[in-house]
Design a protein around this ligand. Sequence first.
Ligand code: GLC
Length: 439
Amino acid sequence: MKDSLLDKMTRDFEVSVKQMRQIKAAMGKEMDAGLCGGKSSLAMLQAYCDAASGKEKGFYPALDLGGTNFRVMMVKIFGGGRKPKVVAEAKYKLTREQISGAGDVLFGAIAGYLKKFMKENKFTAEYGMGYTFSFPVKLLGIDEGILMRWTKDFSATGVVGKKVVELQRQAMAALGLNNVNVVALANDTVGTLQTQAVVDPNCVMGVILGTGFNICVRVASRRIRKGVGKYHGKCMIINMEAGNFNKALPLTAYDRQLDKESGNRGGQLAEKMISGKYLPQLVRLIVVDLVKKEKLFAGRVPEIFRHKDTFQAFYMDVLESGSEKEVGKLAKQIFGRVLTVEERLVLVLVCHAIARRSARIAAALISGALTRVEKRSKNKVAVAIDGSLFEKYPGYHRMLEEAISEIEGVKGKGISLKLTKDGSGIGAAVIAAVVSKAD
Ligand code: GLC
C-alpha cells in the first residue's frame, strides 16, 4: 500500500507544542468568560462545595450515573486523611430503553436498583446519600440541579430543564424507599477531586478521561462573578464541562465528519477528539477512507467498521499493545480472520495517532485549567484522574505527562497526575459527608 494517505493522516493528527500552548491560552480565556457568565464554550458550573478536608467520617451510600453502567455503593469514610473504603457495591447495565425512553423509566429503574441493593445488604438505618450525575447539570445548591442537556448518547425524555433530584426522589418515594435521602448532587469530575482530596491536601483538580472527558477545578469564590447563592466558602469547585471546549482545536476532516454524524452536532468538540466514546469512531472513519482510497483490507470495508458504534475502545488497546496471541484472537473475533502484517501495522499506526492526539489535547486543556486554580498549599498541585482511557490505554499516562512537560517547558513543574480509581462513586459519598458535617 502506498503510504501517502497514512502519512498525511499521521501528520494531521500530530499536535505541536505551539498548538498545545495556543489551546492552553484559549482555555484560560474561556474559563474567565464562563466564570463571569459571559459567552463561553465552558459552562463553568458551580458545585457548591470546596475540597474535602479529610476529617469527614461515617457511612454514606452513593449512586453513580454517567454511562450505561450504573453503580450503587456504600462507602465507609474514616476521617484522619485515610482512604475511604467501598464496603458494598453493585453494578447494573442500563438498557437502551432506560437511557433513551421516558425519564420516569430511567429514574424508576435507578430507584429499583437502589432499593434492591439496600435490602440485599440489610442497610436499614437512615442515610444521607451522594448522587453522581455525570452530565451538564446546573446546580441550584448542593442537593438539587437542572439538567441542561444530555451528553454521551443519553436522551431520556422529559428530563432536560427539570430538577433531577426531585425526579429521583419521586421515583424512590413511589417504591417506598424512605430511609435514604439525596443530600448531595455532583458531577463525576467533582467526585474524583473529592476522593483524592481526602488523602491528598494538594488536590485541586479532577479530570475524567474515560467514555467522556471533563475537568473540574477549585477556584476562589470571589472570581465566580455569576454568583454563589447562599454558599459561604472562600473557594468553590467548578464543573467546567470541558468536553464542550471548542477553541483553537486542530480539527481534521475526520473530526468534522464524526461531528456531523453525531447526535449533538457542534457540541462537545473537545470530548469528540479526546474521549473513549469517540476515539474508536475516528479509527473507523480513517480505516474506511484507507479502504476506499488505498485498498486496505483488499478494498472491502470489514463488517465491524460498517456501523458507527461496533468498534470499541478496548479493541484499540489490544491492537496497539496486545501480544501476538491476543491480537490474533481479537482479529478472528472482529474480522473473522487473522490480519496481514500490513493491515496490523496500519491499524496500530492509526490507533496510536488518535490516542496520542487525545493525550496532547487533554494535556493542553489541563495545563490551561491549572492557570486558574486556587492551590491549597505551596506544594505541588495534584490532579486526580479517573477513567478507563487514562487507567488502561497503553502509554496514555506517559503521553499525557510528557505533553504537559513540553507545554510547561520544565519537567513535571510541580504537577502530579494521580490515578483515582472509582473516584466518581466514592466522591459522591465524600460530598455527602462534607455536607452532613456542615449541617
Ligand atoms: C460528559 C458530561 C460531563 C462528564 C463527562 C465525563 O462530558 O457532559 O458532565 O463529567 O462526560 O463523564
